[in-house]
Design a protein around this ligand. Structure first.
Ligand code: ZN
Length: 345
């Protein structure tokens, strides 16, 4: 194995404060992702402003939004039956069901296979209500879907398991749901990961994800815990707010992962959503990258918090993130990991 090196550069600046025209010195740290090179910038002076940037969840507005959107929600029990179905050749029953979870095709597909999984019967869930059982049932349905599709269409080697929760995260419906994209070619970010993992393996002779987990475990600063083959950590240079990552020690293809390890992933994800709730967040995105036939690859998950739902909320995705591929670090990843470890016991 090789040791992962975490690069950062520091800079300093001076400005005059509005009050007394006294010189104000600030230091910034720019961190570089060891694999892909995207950057994250941390200015300790912004830490006090974090609350203002993210605001509190507007509970009154949220209750109104949940009630109004429930009236015509197509994912709520009673209306869910009217959603699309799969042709009998793929799934004779038309839809897949397990526990409260129901999987069916997206009417406006963004890949050859684009499945939607409704996670709960409830129209709205607090983050603590994304239980291991609910997430696990939804994940197992996506796995079953992948298994069937990959048998019938061996070229569908690439899949991502995704979530947008609530409007600030890009969801068009409040009702908790995940989305699976599957096809014969990886989309841009997954392709960049695959290429970088392959280059790393050629250079170092080992898998990047395994080396990253080992290095982070040894350093102990951003490492959160291990469960059922999955390593959890806070990202050195996050791609989104409060990014938590999980990587599997050896597997790359979600379709063939043992059930107990799918359940372990669901358990970890549920714990990290409880962490987000503890930090005052409600909206989130995640993506899990799965691929077949890539020796250097591992299953890899990114989880990020998004802006809190409130009328006229500020977007947390502006020029810095969208066009500079640089995330603003408001809580140092080391502190995020330290708070996350409490949820890993
Ligand atoms: Zn609903």
């Amino acid at each position: 194995m090789a040791e992962i090196r975490f690069e950062a550069f520091e800079d300093a600046l001076e400005l005059l404060s509005p009050e007394g025209l006294a010189p104000l010195r600030q230091r910034i740290q720019v961190r570089r992702d060891p694999l892909l090179g995207h950057t994250g910038v941390y200015n300790p002076a912004l830490q006090d402003k974090a609350r203002t940037l993210f605001g509190d969840i507007d509970r009154e507005a949220l209750i109104r939004l949940v009630a109004e959107s429930a009236e015509r929600c197509i994912f709520c029990p009673g209306r869910l039956e009217a959603t699309p179905r799969y042709p009998a050749a793929l799934f004779p029953e038309g839809r897949l069901k397990q526990g409260e979870a129901v999987l069916f095709p997206n009417l406006y597909a963004l890949a050859r296979h684009h499945a939607v999984v409704v996670v709960s019967e409830a129209h709205f869930l607090e983050l603590r209500e994304f239980t291991p059982q609910r997430i696990g049932d939804a994940m197992l349905l996506m796995q079953k879907f992948m298994e069937t599709v990959s048998q019938q269409e061996p070229d569908t080697a690439y899949a991502t398991l995704n979530a947008n929760y609530l409007y600030p995260a890009g969801a068009s419906l409040v009702h908790p749901h995940f989305q699976l994209l599957m096809g014969p070619r990886p989309y841009a970010h997954q392709a960049r990961l695959l290429e970088a993992w392959r280059e790393y393996r050629e250079r170092e002779g080992s898998a990047y994800a395994a080396d990253l987990a080992t290095t982070e475990q040894r350093l102990g600063e951003r490492y959160i815990g291990e469960q059922g083959g999955w390593h959890w950590l806070a990202a050195w240079a996050p791609l989104g707010n409060h990014e938590i990552q999980a990587m599997h020690a050896s597997a790359a293809d979600f379709a063939v992962l043992p059930e107990s390890e799918v359940e372990a992933l669901a358990e970890g994800l549920s714990r990290m959503l409880r962490l987000y709730e503890d930090l005052g967040f409600l909206s989130f995105n995640f993506a899990l990258y799965s691929q077949r036939g890539h020796e250097a690859a591992r299953l890899f998950l990114r989880l990020v918090a998004r802006q809190n739902p409130a009328p006229h909320y500020r977007s947390d995705d502006y020029f810095l993130q969208k066009l500079q591929q640089t995330e603003l670090i408001l809580l140092p990843p080391e502190e995020l990991a330290s708070r996350a470890r409490r949820f890993f016991g």
